[in-house]
Design a protein. Structure first.
Lengths: 815, 471
């Protein structure tokens, strides 16, 4: 049975069981549900038993993937005898307290609900046994380049990607949608590759009769644009859970923006993918590591941090590695063996060991002179500290004399201390001694001068520029019993899960993060290239090839386009280049398809017939408005900036946070540079489905709610964009018609239809009339963006008109 | 606040008359309820309903039922004894790691209250006073001991991300009576829920079904004010033009996402006039404010959110979820629990009383509860000297219900001597959902949505309606 058929079977079984339940409803005291073998029991058997009792291995002669071999049983006799639980070898072997014979061997006992289910299924007669395809789970098999489908019906312009999509479309008697228009395509490409809209000039230069060559030139130009690194870097930062503060309740600021900038520059320089991962997982351990390599390890320093829960950050590093680089829900094995994937709890902690040895510490990026100067200061501080210790010892040793002397003039001695003064020296407790020492220290002029000296020295210390980076340190790792860090179990050493590609390290060495990275990006690893290619596709089509994109484990059925995914994964391994894969996808006819709804009608999910319409992401909505109105300040990198935000966001925080609006140049930069207080992010992020940043965000949702429309209508930044856009078109063009045309081009990448131009003209006249009647509003409508010699009433009407266009569905959508 | 002319005024002053082209539904709905053109339009329930609306006071982090609603003399008596072996084997602790954790009684005094005779501890004096209006279920059962997944289970019926929330299922099934506010509103105080927006997300249901969260700090709804320079007439003309152009686009390309956008602009515009009135508590009587314990109407608080919940229901909103955290008292429970009770007790009780006084309680199912409860044994802190707490507990926990056809004063479900297991009338999460839907006239087996080739339900393939909860 093929996997897809199996899926249908499961569905049928499910529907049957639902029907069962309905018909049985109302019969008191009777459990209406039969246990379904395929839906409920099989997943447990698959996960727990097939490793040793499947098609490849039949330990004890028992094979559980074929219905008849269940009945035949193994060396210990039949596996099940219908109905009678006591006589069932299989069940007894699951519950026996004899660990040497309890199944699954060397792994945790099945949990109560699993056992209950199997027991119930057996007592109900062990119905529904079927032969199961025990082929390796599709995503755990080696990645090989699949045969490319061919057909004489394929047009010559077809790329390899198109051959896959078309052949599957033909299976459901469909064709790919025709290409989108030139104006839609140029806008789509700009958003997908740079996150910014095309300029009116770029729109003009890309004609409706563009050639394939024109298109590819445009693609190459955009891939070479520095904004490419910002756009794709931001995607990566979602995965990296990048933020400028520690998270948790305390949510303190941290300096790690160098990492954000490193990601941007890596995408721009098309750093080989394997190197991109290696530097992030293990840059600090590389021979002659450069500061950039240390900075790259910021990837895992982005984990939230709180004193006292260090292990939580390590858990996060393991789980993020799983979700982002392997597409596995490793966290399920924190407390017990994974329920569905063949990952044991020990294997989880073997991965944990890679990260347990390291900590996130500020990496000093300051220049040599600064470092030297600070080192000198540190030496001097150390001297003062020594003197302070000596003084403390002196006081401690002469307490009796000091007391005897001081008691003669008791003024200024705190009341509570007098009692302590009277305690005989032999009977003083540690805390009483401490209180006395502190008191006499404060009375000592030498203490005062030393403290003052230390304070002055500390003031001369130059605050160094730092970025959080991983630093290696030895630390043994133990499995945590039931996931509880205070209950350590057996010690484990760093290693990768055995069910994937082979793990080898040189003899006598423990695995390092370098080895882990090489294991992940190895062509033999079946998951990394698949999960990476899958996400690249998702960014360009809205949906991933394999759904869900963060779990390629056993529970996830082979996707419709598994071959396409394997093709892209094999290309990714060959080219080791993000830009190459992206280029290959965006130059396909599949990518260029129209996003019109009619082409997507009735298309089963996962087919990629027709493109999606995608509302721009949180940061891009603002970037787009700033760019269209000419306000965008296009500077790459640097510390986080503070654009306007609503009042009250930072109230009710445990740790106070500040938000002083940046100067113009910084205030109008791309959204990805906005400072991220993890606990209280900028409202644009929360209103428009931005990432949570508490854990890796592998995919953003896209909602449509009224508070979004309120933001686009009323948030001051969008009003300012409308004002700036109005000034731009008023100063650059003479007639209304020209201005309307230019407005459409700069905002929507196309000319207005006659009808649309008429609607805008009407709106303009309506607003001119309106401002004539409401003159007091004109000044505020124009804001800081007035134009010499322009009729103010008309000017205000133009601002209102621009506001309209900046709110169109088309303006905020990549089509 | 800038230009708060009423909507009628601006239509007059804009000089456009009522025939303004692209805003027909805006105008229709000014007086009447939602017109058939909105995605929220009211729909007929499947079965006779005992409630029209739901308010869920969601207590994030699992309040300790044993210290609030479930006195266990036996537990007090055996305080300090080790948890019996029979329990230990299957205990589902989230954090406790002692080999033999010790039973822990409660230091709080319990008394019976009202005709109903509900046992309520001294921590919840206000809730005690409304005993005769509410029904307790002490035998609720959950599955996941992890907060994040427990929250998702209680709010979406599924222990992972991706499913529609309870509120969005209700909105999908019934639509909303409110044309000027979203049909599903979310209020928050204290700590936010751990699985965040997924608790009120629409999952695979249409985007218009999702909950709209109000902010706790600053203005509850951002960007409500039209910016300076744009009189209300300008705003109206702008929204009208936006949607006129959006409709042209929709005509060329009938994509549901454009339709949803059009609806969201119309609703946003209506919210601009409806929401300030909603949020303005200055007209509430001193007696009402006193009942909720609100001293400063501008200061955000749980009690203010409870009052806002009533105002939302009055304005036709279908589902209101009031989140409050955090009850997760693993340590120092006797230092922290009294504060949390104090923060919430009066507001929760006032909401029920207030609804009753206004005749709204009959139509509104009020729910108080969390993702699970807390255990009968002490959890020792890992920090030396820090007082004990209680760990998570999924086998038995307490929720209470009021209004919406619920039998007042009932006490359902018993737990064993030490409050560990539910022994009668178990209410699994799925049963709770089936029952809540039943109250508003939705059959949990009929309320389905086809997604990826399968009909999905809030209750998956489970759930039994608990008829005994209703009068």
């Amino acid at each position: 049975m093929r996997y897809r058929n199996l899926y249908t079977y499961i569905l049928t079984a499910l529907l049957v069981s639902v029907a069962h339940q309905r018909s049985a409803c109302g019969q008191d005291g009777e459990d209406p549900l039969d246990v379904s073998y395929e839906k409920q029991v099989l997943p447990i058997i698959k996960a727990k038993c097939f490793r040793c009792h499947g098609s490849k291995k039949q330990e004890g002669g028992l094979r559980l993937d074929l219905a008849e071999s269940w009945l035949a049983g193994g060396d210990s006799g039949p596996a099940i005898v219908s109905g009678n639980i006591e006589e069932n070898t299989l069940f007894q072997r699951l519950i026996t307290s004899d660990k040497s014979s309890r199944m699954p061997l060397d792994a945790a006992r099945l949990n109560d609900s699993e056992l209950q289910l199997i027991r119930k299924w057996i007592t109900e007669g062990a119905q529904g046994l079927v032969d199961v395809d025990d082929e390796e789970h599709w995503a755990f098999g080696a990645i090989t380049r699949p045969d490319i489908p061919t057909s004489e019906n394929f047009p010559s312009t077809h790329s390899i990607v198109d051959s896959f999509t078309t052949s599957v479309a033909h299976e459901v008697n469909r064709e790919l949608a025709p290409s989108a228009s030139a104006s839609t395509l140029i806008r789509r490409l700009h958003f997908d590759l740079t996150g910014l809209p095309p300029t009116p000039e770029a729109v003009d230069s890309f004609n409706a009769d563009f050639t394939e060559q024109d298109y590819e030139q445009l693609v190459d130009k955009l891939l070479a644009s520095p904004a490419f690194g910002e756009r794709w870097g931001r995607h990566w930062l979602d995965l990296a859970r990048y933020a400028d503060s520690t998270g948790y309740e305390s949510d303190r600021p941290r300096q790690i923006w160098h990492y954000r900038d490193w990601v941007i520059s890596s995408f721009n320089s098309d750093r080989p993918i394997s190197e991109f991962i290696l530097h992030q997982l293990a840059g600090d351990l590389l021979h002659n590591a450069t500061p950039d390599m240390h900075i790259a390890t910021g990837f895992h320093c982005n984990a939230m941090k709180d004193p006292g829960v260090r292990h939580e950050a390590v858990f996060d590093r393991v789980n993020t590695t799983g979700a982002v680089l392997l597409g596995l829900t490793l966290e399920c094995a924190q407390c017990h063996d994974h329920k569905t994937d063949p990952l044991t709890q020990s294997e989880y902690y073997q991965l944990y060991a890679f990260f347990n040895t390291s900590d996130a510490v500020p990496f000093d990026l300051s220049d040599e002179a600064t470092r030297q100067a600070n080192a000198e200061v540190d030496n001097k501080i150390a001297d003062v500290d020594k003197s302070l210790i000596t003084l403390k010892e002196e006081i401690t040793n002469t307490l009796d004399a000091l007391i005897a002397n001081r008691i003669k003039q008791p003024e200024g001695i705190p009341e509570g201390l007098i009692a302590i003064f009277n305690i005989p020296s032999a009977e003083r407790s540690k805390s009483e001694i401490n209180q006395l020492v502190t008191f006499f220290e404060k009375e000592s002029p030498r203490f005062e001068s030393l403290t003052e000296e230390k304070k002055q020295l500390e003031a001369t210390r130059i605050t160094p520029t730092t970025s959080l980076a991983l630093r290696f340190g030895q630390r043994p790792t133990h499995l945590f019993i039931r996931g509880n860090h205070t209950q350590p179990g057996d010690e484990v050493i760093a290693s990768a899960p055995s069910f994937l590609n082979d793990w080898t390290v040189p003899d006598g060495n423990h695995g390092s993060r370098i080895d882990l990275s090489n294991w992940i990006t190895s062509p033999a690893n079946p998951l990394f290239a698949r999960v990476t290619a899958n996400r690249i596709w998702m960014r360009l089509f809205g949906d991933p090839i394999c759904e869900p994109e963060n779990d390629l484990g056993i529970q996830t059925a082979r996707p419709t386009h598994a071959k396409l995914l394997d093709y892209l994964a094999s290309r990714l391994l060959e080219t080791d280049s993000f830009k190459s894969i992206i280029r290959e996808i965006v130059t396909s006819s599949t990518y260029k398809q129209s996003s019109a709804a009619k082409y997507r009608k009735g298309v089963p999910t996962g087919h990629f017939i027709g493109q999606q319409r995608l509302r721009l992401e949180a940061e891009l909505l603002r970037d787009n408005a700033l760019a269209a109105s000419g306000l965008l300040v296009n500077k790459i990198g640097g510390p986080g900036v503070f654009p306007h935000q609503q009042d009250g966001i930072l109230q009710n925080r445990a740790t106070p946070a500040t938000w002083t609006v940046s100067e113009v140049a910084d205030r109008l930069r791309r959204g990805m540079y906005t400072y991220i207080w993890r606990l209280t992010p900028h409202p644009m992020v929360t209103i428009f489905d931005g990432p949570e940043m508490t854990t890796a965000c592998t995919r953003r949702s896209r909602s449509t709610v009224a508070i979004q429309s309120l933001a686009l209508l009323n948030d001051p930044v969008f009003v300012e964009c409308a004002q700036a856009l109005a000034r731009r078109l008023l100063t650059s063009h003479e007639t209304d018609a020209q201005r309307i045309e230019w407005m459409f081009k700069s905002c929507l990448g196309r000319n207005p239809s006659i009808d649309e131009a008429a609607t805008i003209q009407e709106l303009l006249e309506e607003h001119t009339e309106l401002y004539r009647l409401n003159e007091e509003h004109i000044e505020f409508a124009i804001g800081e963006y007035n134009v010499q010699g322009m009729d103010a009433t008309r000017h205000a009407a133009w601002v209102a008109t621009c506001r309209t266009v900046l709110n169109l569905d088309e303006f905020i959508t990549r089509e | 606040m800038y230009t708060q002319a009423t909507r009628r005024m601006f239509f007059r002053s804009s000089g456009l008359g009522l025939a303004g082209v692209a805003l027909p539904s805006l105008l229709d709905q000014e007086v009447t309820a939602a017109s058939p053109s909105t995605p929220y339009s009211p729909k007929q329930p499947h079965i006779p309903a005992s409630a029209k609306n739901i308010i869920f006071m969601y207590q994030i982090g699992a309040p300790s039922q044993l210290d609030m609603f479930v006195p266990k003399p036996e537990l007090n008596k055996r305080d300090g004894e080790p948890l019996p072996e029979s329990y230990l084997e299957r205990a589902n602790f989230a954090q406790i790691q002692d080999a033999r954790p010790a039973l822990m009684g409660t230091p709080y005094k319990f008394k019976q209250h009202g005709e109903a005779g509900h046992w309520v501890s001294e921590l919840m004096p206000y809730t005690a006073k409304i005993s005769d209006m509410i029904s307790y279920v002490h035998s609720c059962e959950a599955e996941d001991t992890n907060h994040m997944f427990g929250e998702l289970h209680m709010n979406t019926g599924w222990r992972r991300f991706g499913r529609p929330s309870l509120g969005s299922w209700v909105l999908y099934g019934l639509g909303s009576e409110s044309a000027n506010l979203p049909g599903f509103m979310v209020l928050r105080s204290g700590m936010h829920p751990r699985s965040k927006g997924a608790n009120w997300g629409n999952g695979f249901l249409p985007a218009t079904m999702q909950g709209t969260p109000m902010q706790f700090s600053g203005s509850p709804i951002f960007n409500l004010d039209t910016p300076p320079g744009f009189p209300q007439s300008s705003q109206a003309a702008t929204v009208r033009a936006i949607n006129k152009l959006n409709r042209k686009r929709l005509f060329e390309n009938p994509d549901p996402s454009i339709e949803a956008r059009i609806a969201s602009y119309e609703l946003a515009f209506r919210m601009q006039s409806a929401a300030p009135e909603l949020l303005d508590l200055s007209k509430e009587s001193a007696a009402t404010l006193q009942m909720y314990g609100i001293t400063d109407i501008k200061a955000p608080s749980y009690a203010r959110n409870c009052l806002l919940a009533r105002r939302l229901i009055e304005r036709g909103v279908r589902f209101v979820e009031v989140f409050h955290g955090d009850w997760d008292h693993h340590t120092s429970i006797y230092q922290r629990l009294p504060n949390e009770c104090k923060t919430t007790d009066q507001g929760s009780a006032a909401l029920v009383t207030d609804l009753a006084q206004r005749g709204l309680l009959d139509d509104t199912l009020v729910i108080w509860g969390s993702e699970f409860g807390r255990s009968s044994v002490a959890q020792k802190s890992q920090m030396p000297g820090e007082p004990v707490g209680r760990d998570h507990h999924v086998e038995a926990f307490t929720m209470w219900f009021a209004g919406g056809g619920v039998k007042p004063g009932a006490s359902i479900g018993q737990t064993d001597d030490i409050g560990f297991d539910s022994i009668t009338d178990k209410y699994h999460v799925h049963d709770l959902h089936a029952t809540m839907l039943h109250a508003v006239g939705l059959d949990h087996e009929q309320l389905t949505y086809r997604h990826q080739g399968r009909d999905y339900r809030l209750t998956d393939i489970h759930g039994n309606v608990k008829h005994e909860l209703f009068a």
